[in-house]
Design a protein around this ligand. Structure first.
Ligand code: FES
Length: 107
């Protein structure tokens, strides 16, 4: 891992399979990274707001991930849990530079 300004390099883009989440640890935070079917790369907290389910292991459909524990549906764009459930997860900025994924907004 290396940094440029406030962004942190976390993974090679080619190591992210489409619609398969990957967990990375950044500054002691567990972050789930996803490459969506439209090519977008999204990064969110790897803890489901329900009971800490590991979202990187969830099933991805479109812009949503389904928590592997109890199937809550969470937007990877806004971080919002979809009805009928409630909650929100932290989302992080992502940027692709020279074939690597960088995450920003970690504070
Ligand atoms: S822990 Fe994610 S839905 Fe229960």
């Amino acid at each position: 891992m290396s940094t440029t300004t406030d962004k942190i390099k976390v993974i090679k883009l080619e190591d992210l399979a489409v619609q398969i989440g990957k967990e990375v640890l950044v500054k002691d935070q567990s972050i789930a990274i996803f490459r969506l079917s439209n090519g977008d790369v999204r990064a969110v907290s790897n803890r489901c707001p329900h009971k800490d389910g590991p979202l990187a292991e969830g099933i991805v459909s479109g812009e949503y991930v389904f928590c592997p524990l109890h199937d809550w549906k969470i937007s990877l764009v806004t971080g919002e849990v979809q009805k009928p459930d409630d909650g929100c997860i932290q989302t992080y900025e992502t940027e692709i530079i020279d074939g690597y994924v960088y995450i920003g907004g970690l504070g």
